[in-house]
Ligand binder design. Structure first.
Ligand code: DX5
Ligand code: ZN
Length: 219
């Protein structure tokens, strides 16, 4: 079984203190940093882009797990790679040609993630599962932090696990949206090995990041 990793989403951090927030995450034992990039078009919210990622990356050793909720995504892949993304995750609906977007990320020597919205079926990406490093299963509709977890997506995680066993392939399964101390356990049991969390990491237990990461990892 893969090691359980936590990827805190800085969407719930104090944006006026982002450098310090990243330091707090490092000290608190985060395995990576989840950066939610939104364009006000693919999703109805706007967040941060390449210059901010570049500035943060300079002062951190952690893996930058960049979740692109932008469309059309293809022409921006290189910009995010240059800014310092280590994992680049895209949505199939945001590109005209998923195959060439996956190849582009690989050419740039970055890890490739593909994300499934709650209503997006595995069949959309089934032909690509052997070429990608990570599947990001959305457990809320993308756009905002602090939404309610949708338990139905756990079925999708179980299907992905089954597929991995049958085909003997090994991509990571990351879950994103509404993760708390209760559903983290069911997500891990279903087969997720990377948990994204914004609200729970930054707001629970008076923002005790170390404690919250530990609690999310415990089974
Ligand atoms: C939603 C984002 C998530 C989300 C996580 O579009 O992709 O990363 O903000 O935040 P919480 O844990 O608050 O749902
Ligand atoms: Zn995300």
């Amino acid at each position: 079984m893969k090691k359980i990793q936590i990827s805190p989403s800085i969407l719930s951090a104090d944006f006026s203190q982002l450098g310090n927030e990243i330091k707090r995450l490092e000290e608190g034992g985060a395995d990576m940093i989840h950066v939610d990039v939104m364009d006000g078009h693919f999703v109805p919210n706007l967040t941060i882009g390449p210059p901010v990622i570049k500035a943060l990356k300079k002062s951190s050793r952690l893996i930058f797990d960049v979740h692109l909720m932008i469309s059309p995504v293809h022409k921006y892949i290189e910009t995010y790679a240059d800014a310092g993304a280590d994992i680049i995750t895209i949505h199939p609906e945001a590109t005209e040609d998923l195959k060439s977007s996956i190849s582009k990320i690989k050419e740039l020597k970055k890890k490739v993630g593909v994300s499934l919205n709650p209503e997006t079926k595995i069949t959309t990406i089934i032909d690509f599962l052997e070429d990608i490093d990570l599947v990001l299963v959305m457990s809320v509709n993308p756009g905002f932090g602090g939404q309610k977890f949708m338990p139905d997506v756990l079925t999708k995680i179980k299907e992905l696990k089954k597929f991995q066993k049958e085909k003997k392939i090994n991509f990571d399964i990351e879950i994103d949206g509404g993760i708390n101390f209760e559903n983290s356990k069911t997500a891990i049991e279903a087969g997720a090995n990377i948990l994204v969390s914004g609200t729970t990491i930054f707001k629970s237990n008076n923002g005790d990041i170390k404690k919250n990461i530990k609690l999310l990892k415990s089974k």
